[in-house]
Design a protein around this ligand. Structure first.
Ligand SMILES: *Cc1c(COP(=O)(O)O)cnc(C)c1O
Length: 234
């Protein structure tokens, strides 16, 4: 897909977000469109930024750092949505506003220690592995309360909420079943005194179901940009 089609594609996605939100009594503004631009060319991202997209998600650090440098004159918010490795935390702490897939205290402590003093707190979400899939990161639900408490006690981080990458389902009811689980986990933490305001859930094939279950950030790649240029291993 070329940049010339992008404004229309973005408009269509925004309309689908608004319709899904309206269907459950939410405002369109309560859902942030995070454009996941991994393996997409920087020219397409510049076109998306020109069409009003301000939040971008990347999964691979080296690629992300190049893009952040190339687009530094725009006012963009960068989210790291990929898996976290200890040797990458410093650059992530220095260059990103959000981290979505936190699942280990050791990584949280490194990010906290390495967050530059002049920057606002790094927003983080804890990834939950709802179906116990070995191929995916994330903690099991039972580990969530202690990890949430430990991360919330690291001031350079701001624990904002939860994130999931559930099994792929084509049936919207099945999709909603997973997202409802993440919402309930967050409700449980908030009932116990946390103040989480973010549910990062929903991708190109299931974002409407996620919005129905309370998603506040939908992470959208192919539905916006078309298929990725290459498949990259994490
Ligand atoms: C790639 C990716 C997405 C976007 O996936 P699409 O199906 O292309 O919308 C969202 N979240 C994460 C964590 C990803 O790695």
């Amino acid at each position: 897909m070329g940049p010339q089609n992008l404004p229309l594609r973005i408009q269509e996605v925004r309309e689908r977000i608004a319709a899904a939100a309206a269907a459950c009594g939410r405002s369109a503004q309560s859902v942030t469109l995070l454009a996941v631009s991994k393996a997409q060319p920087v020219e397409l991202m510049a076109a998306a930024a020109a069409a009003g997209i301000s939040e971008f998600g990347e999964s691979y650090l080296a690629e992300a750092l190049e893009k952040i440098a190339a687009l530094q004159d725009r006012q963009l918010v960068w989210h790291f949505v990929g898996r976290l490795q200890a040797n990458k935390t410093r650059a992530i702490a220095e260059h990103f506003a959000w981290v979505h897939a936190l699942d280990r205290l050791k990584i949280a402590e490194r990010l906290a220690a390495q967050r530059p003093a002049g920057l606002p707190p790094l927003n983080v979400c804890l990834q939950v592995n709802l179906a116990g899939e070995d191929s995916k990161g994330g903690i099991e639900p039972a580990q969530l309360p202690p990890l949430a408490a430990a991360v919330a006690a690291l001031p350079p981080l701001k624990l904002r909420g939860l994130m999931c990458l559930p099994p792929q389902e084509s049936d919207p009811q099945r999709q909603r079943h997973w997202f409802a689980q993440l919402r309930r986990l967050q409700e449980g933490l908030n009932a116990a005194g946390a103040a989480l305001d973010t549910l990062s859930m929903g991708m190109s094939d299931d974002f409407e179901a996620a919005i129905r279950e309370g998603a506040t950030i939908v992470r959208l790649g192919t539905v916006l940009f078309g298929s990725r240029l290459r498949t990259m291993s994490p």
